[in-house]
Design a protein around this ligand. Sequence first.
Ligand SMILES: Cc1cc2nc3c(=O)[nH]c(=O)nc-3n(C[C@H](O)[C@H](O)[C@H](O)COP(=O)(O)O)c2cc1C
Ligand SMILES: Nc1ncnc2c1ncn2[C@@H]1O[C@H](COP(=O)(O)OP(=O)(O)O)[C@@H](O)[C@H]1O
Length: 332
Amino acid sequence: MWVTSSTELALVPTAVALGKFDGVHRGHRQVIQPILEDIGKRESADTKTFSPSVPSKDRIYSTVVTFNPHPQEFFTGQPRTLLTPLDEKVQQLRSLGVEQLVLLPFDKELCALTPEEFVEKILIEQLQAVQISVGQDFRFGSKRTGTAQDLQVIAARYGIPVTIVPLESCSEEVFPEAPISSSLIRETLSSGDIQHANKLLGRPYSLIGTVVKGQQLGRTIGFPTANLQLPKDKFLPLQGVYAVRVFITDETLELSGNGYLGVMNIGNRPTVNGTQLSVEVHLFDWCGELYGKKLTVQLEKFLRPEQRFPNLEALKTQIQLDCNAAKAFFGC
Ligand SMILES: Cc1cc2nc3c(=O)[nH]c(=O)nc-3n(C[C@H](O)[C@H](O)[C@H](O)COP(=O)(O)O)c2cc1C
Ligand SMILES: Nc1ncnc2c1ncn2[C@@H]1O[C@H](COP(=O)(O)OP(=O)(O)O)[C@@H](O)[C@H]1O
């Protein structure tokens, strides 16, 4: 997938899905689907000119257009954590079949554009959009004055169709009517309700990081734990212990096989007077070196909050119970 922050370097013409897409959740995927379908239809109608690997003016590139930084971060000046930091978003979009990600620099200039100017300059002139898809709640242009319907009206002047995708609702007993949203997923993760968060996402919430050295205490109590360094802007769920599935990946972040089952702790490790937040996983049925490796840790169930134990022996006993609880959850 081609990723660029410059519309000048974008592959054109484009079929565009517009939005923030943090989490690339079920609702986001509904918004992205029409631009993939559109490409698919053109491909089958025009098989002579279509070639997925050769850039050509005859091609239309399925393109997600998003904003960087997140508009809320730009307006508040506060760094914002994300469900899918950039690398993870790229990997999610790539796996959907999106060919290009354009990260529009969200700056004073961009947010001063009127809805008409945004459509004309960015979508028509620069990205040469021939098809656009947005969610029903999409807002754009200076002070968010443009609605999805406005986009449809303005784009129609240029003969460009806009698909407005209705908001996907949760269809869960806990929030039956609520639309799926990144904020709802964040709330659900913050309460430790991983199973609901995963249903809303349509896949397991994952932490992706590189294994770094810790205090090397884990191995002394029989539970070596791979300490993960995560992107600074990664949103973390409720602190505590989780049943997880772990994949050892490379830079492409592609997952293969069934991964390894294990347990994870997110916390400050009060038992060993830890001062910094750490994220560490113990894998069942694994022995060997993991330092420097990239791991994708899928969260499956919250088991318990972190506790201060009187000594390492008590901690070790509890970690064994955590392993038993995780194995029971996974049915092994
Ligand atoms: C499943 C699991 C549960 C844990 N629970 C706690 C806990 O409740 N309290 C705590 O202080 N540390 C907890 N820890 C963290 C341990 O203190 C940590 O793994 C140990 O100190 C080894 O650290 P090291 O990787 O730096 O060697 C837990 C770790 C795991 C893997
Ligand atoms: N089953 C396992 N789960 C996690 N890490 C393991 C496992 N077996 C071996 N290791 C290795 O041991 C390291 C963790 O051992 P530990 O004593 O906790 O050291 P550290 O404090 O540096 O994490 C991991 O980074 C990995 O290289």
